[in-house]
Design a protein around this ligand. Structure first.
Ligand code: CP
Length: 318
């Protein structure tokens, strides 16, 4: 039973979701009856290309009505309790979540972290607030801490591409001009743990991900050593956790290039996109036959379909 889809580790049977996604990928049958007369409401407090379009399309494929709203453009929302709301916040999360629940059968929300305060971002207030007060299931479209639809699409990509049962998968930190959220690497680590692959994370010191979220993963600070014989290389930048919110300007040599990919076992390259070419990875890597970036993005559709399908299925009258 899945009440919300907030993070990958919330669910005992993540592998079943991956299998459902692979089934959706094969497009053998039509699923448009299950969502008939149901409404998916999507709230975007932060921008999106892939998540917005793939989740909207997933709703349509399942026969749902879809309403999408830029929630960050309007007034600010209040999350604290007992507060005198005489500042900029015009609506409390309590009213917003309860009211929206009356119009939708599933609410999907994207809300990035501020990357100013680790303590604030660890609270993941917007998603937690909606899960507390909404009366319908919540789907996380990327919050401060989790991007579980991306993690599911990544697992679907590896599971449907791998040549051996337990491939060696390496998540490599990569350079970027800005400090980026931790959500993608956290969800990817949780997905790899759930799939029981041979999983290693490599990153410069100071970028350690919260161990309460990623578990007891293998960390290798020597990138070349980590990449050796890898079947899959996933590049991703994320903020330093030591100097939270500050861009790392000293590790540009962590870019994934052809020379580094040559250390792998003819490994496949992955990235969630959007990607800054020749900063995170070179054109040669992104455009090589071993690059899975477009397949991975396409699988966002099947991941969203699988999750919404499971949420609708458990709410069917019987
Ligand atoms: N990978 C991903 O979430 O892309 P968007 O930010 O475009 O949704």
């Amino acid at each position: 039973m899945m009440k919300h889809y907030y993070s990958i580790s919330d669910h005992q049977n993540f592998k079943a979701l991956v299998d459902q996604g692979i089934l959706m990928q094969q497009q053998i049958q039509s699923y448009d009856i299950i969502g008939k007369n149901k409404t998916l409401i999507m709230l975007f407090f932060s921008p999106s290309l892939r998540t917005r379009i793939s989740t909207h399309k997933a709703g349509l494929v399942l026969g749902m009505h879809v309403i999408s709203m830029n929630a960050g453009d309007g007034y600010q929302m209040e999350f604290d309790f007992g507060k005198v709301m005489d500042g900029n916040s015009a609506e409390h999360i309590k009213e917003a979540a309860k009211v929206i629940s009356q119009f939708g059968d599933i609410i999907a929300i994207r809300a990035f972290p501020g990357l100013q305060s680790k303590e604030e971002d660890l609270k993941d207030q917007i998603l937690q607030g909606f899960m507390k007060f909404a009366t319908v299931p919540i789907v996380n479209l990327e919050s401060c801490l989790h991007h579980p639809l991306q993690g599911l699409a990544d697992a679907i990509t590896i599971e449907s591409t791998k040549k051996i049962t337990k491939p060696k998968v390496v998540l490599s930190w990569a350079p970027h001009i800005k400090a980026l959220p931790l959500a993608v690497p956290i969800s990817f680590a949780q997905a790899m743990n759930a799939m029981q692959y041979d999983f290693t994370i490599t990153h410069p010191e100071g970028h350690e991900l919260p161990s309460n979220l990623v578990g007891n993963v293998k960390i290798e600070y020597d990138q070349a050593k980590a990449l050796k014989d890898a079947d899959f290389v996933y590049a991703k930048s994320w903020s330093s956790t030591l100097n939270y919110g500050q861009p790392n300007k000293t590790s540009n040599n962590w870019i994934i290039n052809e020379e580094k990919m040559n250390l792998t076992a003819n490994g496949k390259f992955m990235h969630c996109l959007p990607i800054r070419r020749n900063v995170v990875a070179t054109d040669g890597v992104l455009d090589s036959p071993n690059s899975l970036i477009y397949k991975q993005a396409h699988n966002r559709l099947f991941a969203a379909q699988a999750v919404i399908f499971k949420l609708l299925q458990q709410n069917q009258p019987f």
